[in-house]
Ligand binder design. Structure first.
Ligand SMILES: [Zn+2]
Length: 76
């Protein structure tokens, strides 16, 4: 059997960190140029609009966050 390219996204985990603040990342944005950005829930929300034109795919795992507890304080 030959290897298959699996497009299933890898789940984000505790070692994935927000590119902006270093908090645990819950959103992975795959860019049109092939790059990748990781965001915490807060920064994902903050950058969502600006990223739209350059993003190929968004993997949003913020549901994990709300499912497992405490809301993120929405401060700057
Ligand atoms: Zn962040």
């Amino acid at each position: 059997m030959s290897e298959q390219l699996i497009l299933e996204p890898t789940p984000l985990n505790a070692v994935d960190r927000c590119d902006r603040c270093g908090a645990q990342a819950y959103v992975r944005a795959t860019l049109l140029n092939g790059g990748e950005l990781l965001f915490c829930a807060h920064h994902a929300k903050q950058y969502a609009e600006g990223l739209k034109p350059v993003v190929a795919a968004i993997q949003d795992e913020t549901a994990k966050l709300t499912a497992s507890a405490v809301s993120v304080p929405d401060e700057e």
